[in-house]
Design a protein around this ligand. Sequence first.
Ligand code: A2P
Length: 279
Amino acid sequence: MSGYIELSNGVRIPSIGFGTWQTPDGKTAEHAVSFALRNGYSHIDAAAIYGNEKGVGAGIRASGVPRERIFVTSKVWNTERGYETTRKAFRKTLSDLGLDYLDLYLIHWPANRKQFGNADEINLETWMAMTELYKEGKIRAIGVSNFLPHHLEPLMETSVKPMVDQIEYHPGCLQDETVRFCQKNRIAVEAWSPLGQGRVLGDPELARIAAHYGKSTAQLCIRFALQNSVIPLPKSVTESRIRENIDVYDFEISAEDMAEIRAMGDFGGSGLNPDEIDF
Ligand code: A2P
């Protein structure tokens, strides 16, 4: 049984999502998504750049779960920024997924000043396309991904404010400043790579805390995000792990252990800085 978080526009988002980054298209994506939906997940996190939206869509259909009981997210890729290109990218994503609306659509990465002199203007133009699609009823909620407070600020002045920011978040990478900014402004925070893509799972201190609850280190990381009101999006193509990653509602990390994880400092991050990326 999973819970929900209410977005600023009243839409309810399931508090754990199923990640699909690096899941191969075709039967693998189809099976992983269908298995997840039949085993407790009701929220799928997709993106055009993952190259597997056809398989993800097939998995949604194969699950037999009614569309309205599934929360589906996708993201517009960096090469499609701008007004018309974003609208076109949205149509392609819908067609690849085989859906007629999305629950959430995100700008995948902010345009940054290192690459574009007019980065803020580009982000606003992309945001206007997202806003229009939202007002037309084709998307239930809109947001961004990998935006730092200074990328978010110009969007906060527009008619529809971002409802979600999806960022890298896991023990060892907590992005406090961005999380604080979002929580203060009613922007729900989602965690990509809540297991640090597997990199933090070998950490002995995390393993020791997890063992104390009779849980795996992956489950500890997922529960840690939940207890910080962050929506984790663990990815797996392995049935036992898909089940394991949602089996996190029968324990609670103590305030002391939460503080200990918090105090662990930086490790296991991807090293991707939205102000520095060149893709
Ligand atoms: P796989 O998909 O082969 O099962 P993240 O969600 O942080 O990006 O992490 C995804 C990576 O972690 C994938 O390599 C995935 O492997 C692995 N993974 C997912 N769940 C677990 C788990 N419960 N235990 C160990 N590794 C996991």
